[in-house]
Write a protein that binds this ligand. Structure first.
Ligand code: G16
Ligand code: MG
Length: 213
């Protein structure tokens, strides 16, 4: 039976991808190029520095390591300006009700995110109190599809991987869950998240009964 649910943040609890996109686009524009929303899809779930590398490739821009750190810091400041304006209204549909149900059933709740800003975001949307454990970009050394972030979540909730269910919107995240020996429920499109055990489009479709499959 399921003892813990491990949640990705961006695209699962809340859609911060739109804010990342705005901030990365500003960086690209200031460097003299632009990129599309379609390209932005490739940035989901990957770390800040990996995202920067990809964007610089798209623009054909090469920078020194010091300049890269500088631009990454600027991007994060622009991103945080947007995050600071977030409200609880932005929590994705069905999420609070499902987390309430997990709690009522004694199932642990953990976050498994690549973001270094996850606690601030959870605070802004007033969801911090739901989480028994938070594993994010500040704790990990290997990004998804490596299973590290979710294995740490299992450990922090005193669960075995086989007792965990991961919720993810990114292909790399589903792969990370599977590499860790966990069940994985996709949030989004079944055509994209083909390696998930099953896919929901929103948490309004999710019930405790559907966890034990
Ligand atoms: C999120 C986003 C990624 C972002 C990463 C790092 O991951 O999906 O696009 O690059 O966090 O974010 P930050 O710059 O805030 O450290 P997740 O794992 O929550 O989907
Ligand atoms: Mg995500």
């Amino acid at each position: 039976t399921v003892k813990a649910c491990l949640f990705d943040l961006d695209g699962v609890i809340v859609d911060t991808a739109v804010y990342h996109f705005q901030a990365w686009r500003r960086l690209a524009n200031e460097l003299g190029f632009d990129f599309t929303e379609h390209q932005n899809e490739q940035l989901k779930g990957i770390s800040r520095m990996e995202s920067l590398e990809l964007i610089l490739q798209w623009g054909g821009v090469s920078l020194s390591e010091a300049e890269k750190l500088d631009w990454a810091t600027k991007k994060n400041q622009w991103y945080l300006d947007l995050v600071l304006q977030m409200t609880p209204n932005e929590v994705l549909p069905g999420v609070p009700a499902f987390l309430d149900a997990l709690r009522a059933n004694g199932i642990k709740i953990a976050l498994g995110s690549a973001s270094k800003n996850s606690k601030l975001i959870l605070e802004k949307i007033q969801m911090l109190d739901y989480f028994d454990a938070i594993i994010d970009g500040n704790n990990i050394t290997k990004g998804k599809p490596d299973p590290q972030v979710f294995l740490m979540g299992a450990e922090a909730t005193h669960s075995l991987p086989s007792e965990c269910v991961v919720f993810e919107d990114a292909v790399a995240g589903i792969q990370a869950a599977k590499a860790g020996g966990m069940k994985a429920i996709g949030v989004g499109s079944a055509e994209v998240l083909t390696e998930a055990d099953f896919v929901i489009s929103t948490f309004e479709e999710m019930t405790i009964e559907r966890l034990n499959f």
